[in-house]
Ligand binder design. Sequence first.
Ligand SMILES: Cc1ncc(COP(=O)(O)O)c(C=O)c1O
Length: 457
Amino acid sequence: MDALSLRGLLDQRRGEDLDLWARTINPQFVRVLRTIDFDRTWTRAEGAYLWDADGKRYLDMLGGFGMYNVGRNNPRVRAALVEALELETPGMLAMGVTALPGLLAEALLARTPARLERCLFTNSGTEAVEAALKLGRAATRRSRVVYTDHAFHGLTLGSLSANGNPEFTERFGPLLPGFERVPFGDLEALEAELRREDVAVFIVEPIQGKGVGIPPPGYLEGAQELCRRYGTLFCVDEVQTGFGRTGKLFAFEHWGLEPDLVPIAKSLSGGYVPVGALLMSRAVHEAVYDSMENAVVHGSTFAPNELAMAAGLATLHELDEQGLVERAATLGERLLELTRPLVHELEVVRDVRGLGLIWAIEFGEPRSGRIAWRMIERVQPGLFAQLVVQPLFSEHRILTQVAGHRMAVVKVLPPLVIGEEDIEEFAEALRAAVKRARRMPSSLAKFALTAAGAIRG
Ligand SMILES: Cc1ncc(COP(=O)(O)O)c(C=O)c1O
């Protein structure tokens, strides 16, 4: 009997991608892609590039929302996966253990502060966050959770209860009780909650994904200190910022933090196999898994699967071998050097910020009060940013995104293998796209109006 030929199947159904999705998966998403002119048929990817069906090359400045730190279709990660398949390892035993999960856990814990001594594997970022919330509650015997404005920790119900963006939460309530939101960067507000000594977990992204929020000086260190003072577990969500993104292996290293709970995922996958993990202190683990009876009290069938473990090990090896963490730091500096002058050059640019290769540009109403700006932003706040993203894609073939719903912010998260010349090309194209959006020709105005209902960052 012949095995299924994927090549044959793809050849046979070539060009049907968007229609198939519209019919069977998500017609509204396909509408969005068509409205904003992102409806390409994609055929191939390598490193920081994508090719469409016309053979045109695009620069990927989004990196699959941060899952392609080692580059798309990384050949060495792929080789490790092929080897894992060929080894015919025992795989999941249910009642038994194998070597690969232990080896990956050991490799992860060796790269993080001594306080983190245990690793629980999951299948995704949101599941790692769910584990942090659940285990945090059991370990402290407290139930409240504090999170921040604009926080994003995933979209399952527990993680969603800690989501600071109403466009994700409305319609899905009631969410979990005991979740309290505080402004990002506000230690007084945090202390007001923690002082009650009933908060299990304070969860925070070291750099916020929505809008690329950089913490004010002293905030994260202060938050850790408050957590320790009031017996709250300090959870730093590294799902997007981990694995070199910010120019350190984990972003918490920038501030010398020692969190109790660290959810990770995305790029641990090597861009191939879904995987996540919760790194935690021994105290948390021992408080939850406190007896043989409770030995399997939290987990998931597929979580420590062999292919995911192989992808994780190969990814860590690749980050080390290719010096990708240092590369993110250097290229991030270069990106800021090239784009920061825009703040002085163009009135509509309010801020340019970033750390390593998580970067954003924020727009604001020019002091001279351009009519175009007001007209666009009255249609929908944040729409100006879409007027930058769209020509970057259509004219310059560079993939970027608006950083959040109703935010006048464009964000990038390129694969860390991106070239310096790509960064330079992006900076040039960005300057041209912002200048053009500022003038807003009538074609763009029309686009803005049709796109208004279709965009969620
Ligand atoms: C900071 C952060 N936490 C958690 C998640 C959820 O991860 P996943 O999409 O794998 O569930 C994300 C996803 O974007 C994220 O950025």
